[in-house]
Design a protein around this ligand. Structure first.
Ligand code: SF4
Ligand SMILES: [Zn+2]
Ligand SMILES: [Zn+2]
Length: 351
């Protein structure tokens, strides 16, 4: 197999483009695709401050790397979720990458700042892990970006991710999520930054190839909570279709962007956001979904501690709850509504 450009030995075949590239030309192809995504979708400019959500995985580190090479003002944000050894390793990879590139990395520690790791938050709030995780990440990405003056949050979602999410949303007619699925989610509130996905033109294996060719040391293991996730099933199904008919994923997702996005954008514009009464972050309800989740989780944890403690000893229950967890009454699950506008939750949303 020969490189389409120089006729040298090709390192990677890209069947959906009917092309193959040697290593240097593949790296050029990758950069071109990212630049084109940024430019065509008006994601950001070289003047903007970009906050890159990094997980230590191939996609987010490849994204951060390419943005730095293209001279964008890209700072990393790593959220430590407290998912055992997976979180420890992913943090180490993110920190090592930042050091190797001399780039700034912001680290937010969920257990330290909100008193609970993802599992505890999920258990105490009655959500599944990926839902609690996705909600926490969306909230923290936006809060850090707003508080620290970033113009945009960039995530490493690639073409495979987007096609799989789209397939899931279509199979289950998740219209609310379809409305919000786009490479760019514009800011619709002064405290809501723009969210962008500069890798939406890049397939997963291309992101992996880029990371390997650039010598990026990324975490190979997936989050343990992603095992058995439906999105992986959709990815497998799409991989089977892609093998028989190259370009299926691209045609599905890009077709959606071309034919459906303009119609759905009008629906999105009709959503009104207001300030959360508890934290000030934008929400469609009175209290944002993150505050509801953490308050509910804190209340349940307090109730457990009260039950577990002998009546005569120990500090009052409030003091046993870690700092940073807002105190509040339990919230009826039926009342949990008004999720902040953001990415649909699901396993591994790339940071
Ligand atoms: S699979 Fe992804 S969304 Fe789910 S808990 Fe792990 S990191 Fe969070
Ligand atoms: Zn070549
Ligand atoms: Zn809030």
């Amino acid at each position: 197999m020969k490189c389409t450009i120089c006729r040298g030995q090709a390192a990677l075949e890209i069947r959906r483009h009917n092309a193959a590239f040697c290593a240097p030309h593949f790296l050029e192809f990758f950069e071109r695709q990212v630049e084109r995504a940024v430019r065509d979708q008006k994601m950001f400019t070289h003047e903007n401050r970009v906050l890159v959500a990094v997980s230590g995985g191939k996609d987010s580190l490849a994204l951060w790397d390419v943005l730095l090479r293209l001279n964008y003002r890209a700072t990393g944000l790593y959220i430590h979720l407290g998912i055992g050894a997976y979180s420890e390793e992913s943090r180490a990879k993110s920190v090592a990458f930042a050091q190797s590139r001399g780039a700034d990395l912001i680290v937010v520690d969920l257990p330290q700042e909100h008193g609970m790791n993802v599992e505890e938050l999920a258990r105490n709030s009655g959500r599944v892990s990926c839902s609690a995780c996705g909600l926490s990440k969306r909230y923290i990405f936006n809060k850090v970006a707003v508080d620290q003056g970033f113009d945009v949050v960039a995530t490493g979602h690639n073409l495979d991710d987007e096609a799989a999410v789209l397939m899931g949303n279509l199979l289950h007619w998740q219209v609310e999520y379809l409305v919000r699925q786009a490479p760019v989610l514009p800011s619709t509130h002064p405290r809501m930054v723009r969210k962008v996905k500069p890798l939406y033109r890049i397939a997963e294996r291309e992101a992996a190839a880029y990371a390997v060719l650039r010598g990026i040391d990324y975490i190979v293991e997936e989050c343990p909570n992603s095992l058995g996730a439906r999105s992986l099933l959709y990815k497998e199904a799409l991989n089977m279709l892609e093998a028989q008919s190259p370009g299926t994923k691209q045609s599905l997702y890009w077709g959606f962007l071309e034919h459906m996005r303009p119609r759905l954008a009008a629906v999105q514009e009709g959503v009104t956001l207001r300030d959360c009464l508890h934290c000030g972050q934008p929400t469609t309800g009175e209290v944002c979904a993150f505050c509801k989740m953490t308050e509910r989780a804190a209340a349940r944890m307090r109730a457990r501690l009260v039950r577990a403690q002998p009546a005569s000893s120990g500090p009052p229950p409030e003091e046993t709850v870690a700092a940073g967890v807002p105190a509040g009454d339990a919230v009826d699950p039926a009342a949990i509504a008004g999720e902040p506008i953001g990415l649909p939750s699901g396993p591994d949303d790339r940071a």
